[in-house]
Design a protein around this ligand. Structure first.
Ligand code: PLP
Length: 360
């Protein structure tokens, strides 16, 4: 077996120890005589797997007791609709901060359900910085403020938490959750598709303050009514059982690594060294304001873009996979989530230096 260093933005690399454990339990989970995929979600085995995963996530993020944790389907994109359906609570408007493509998608969907005030960033297609909160034009009548802490495509990340007072703050943490500690109490709702730092695609996690749930738009599908799902322990219908189980294994692995403080230290170090190479080597560049560069998704361009194909081909031959930038921005993107070993980043940097020497 030879595994590559996989820099995919998602679905993305998972910790090898997690995959090995899942493989060893594939046919027989802990003497039950069946694999997790084959279990009833109502049986005691799966109910224990589900409860333990939730407990470990609560431990990792120190989630306060007055927050519900939901394990849902439909991706972060499903939440783009579920959020206004659940959080308008009798209101008809919401604030959105537009820092890039994923913010824009969330805005477009929310517009089907309410008046959206884009409080910052309105017309910029690929903003490469984040406006200070003093520049935001928040609507005092908004039911919530939505933002995207990490823009997966452009690599723009908040390294601070907005202060929206009594107005609930809603965060699409799809590509940054579990990369560092978070003070959950500052948020009304945090959501994330699993396929980057949590587990396989197909699972979506929602962490929501319990006083915000229960007053939904009448047309809300019951599977996306947070109160219905919270009351049913996320099992108002069949949940994504295998993804939930794998997420649980990832949470255990994160605990073994020393938890989120330890992950933050390694993640920052990985990102710092990659940005240092990009900044110090005239062959490469990154357009994002250093104050808001992502620790998870590092886009960069070559000084001569006619060399892009050669770069990707030679990188793949060197065991460095999926470095092509998103089609909307071009160039390269290295996604360096929790499960990307530091050795993978080191190998990428060595390759970049070598490629630049040979082609510069
Ligand atoms: N939000 C962000 C920040 C993302 O990176 C992605 C996917 O890459 C999404 C939302 C959409 O997630 P999904 O495909 O799970 O709906």
């Amino acid at each position: 077996m030879s595994r590559v260093y996989n820099f995919s933005a998602g679905p993305a690399v998972l910790p090898e120890a997690v995959l090995e454990r899942a493989a060893s339990e594939m046919l027989d989970w802990q003497g039950s005589g069946m694999g997790v995929m084959e279990m009833s979600h109502r049986g005691k085995e799966f109910v224990s797997i589900a409860a333990e995963a939730e407990k470990d996530l609560r431990d990792l993020l120190s989630i306060p007791d007055n927050y519900k944790v939901l394990f849902l389907q439909g991706g972060a994109t499903g939440q783009f609709a579920a959020i206004p359906m659940n959080l308008l609570r009798g209101g008809d408007r919401a604030d959105y901060i537009n820092t890039g493509s994923w913010s824009e998608k969330a805005i477009k969907e929310a517009k089907k359900y309410c008046q959206v005030n884009v409080a910052w960033g309105a017309d910029e297609k690929t903003p490469m910085h984040i406006g200070a909160q003093s520049e935001w034009q928040l609507d005092p009548k908004a039911s919530y403020v939505h933002f995207t802490p990490n823009e997966t495509i452009s690599g723009v990340e908040f390294h601070w938490v907005p202060d929206t007072g009594d107005v609930p703050l809603v965060a699409d943490m799809s590509s940054t959750i579990l990369s560092r500690p978070v003070d959950v109490s500052k948020y009304g709702l945090i959501y994330a598709g699993a396929q980057k730092n949590i587990g396989p695609a197909g699972l979506t996690i929602v962490i929501v303050r319990e006083d915000l749930i229960g007053d939904v738009l009448p047309e809300t599908p019951s599977v996306w009514d947070y109160k219905v799902q919270a009351d049913a322990d996320s099992m108002s219908n069949t949940p994504p059982t295998y993804g939930w189980y794998l997420a649980g294994l990832v949470f255990k692995w994160l605990k073994e690594q020393g938890g989120l403080e330890a992950m933050a230290t390694v993640n920052k170090r990985k990102a710092d060294k990659l940005y240092a190479e990009i900044d110090n080597n005239p062959f490469y560049s990154n357009p994002v304001d250093p104050a808001c560069r992502s620790w998870m998704n590092v886009p960069f361009v070559l000084a001569d873009d006619s060399l892009n194909d050669a770069f990707l081909k030679e990188a793949a031959a060197a065991g460095l996979s999926t470095l092509k930038g998103h089609r909307s921005v071009g160039g390269m993107r290295a996604s360096i989530y929790n499960a990307m070993p530091e050795a993978g980043v080191d190998r990428l940097i060595e390759f970049m230096q070598d490629f630049a020497r040979r082609n510069g």
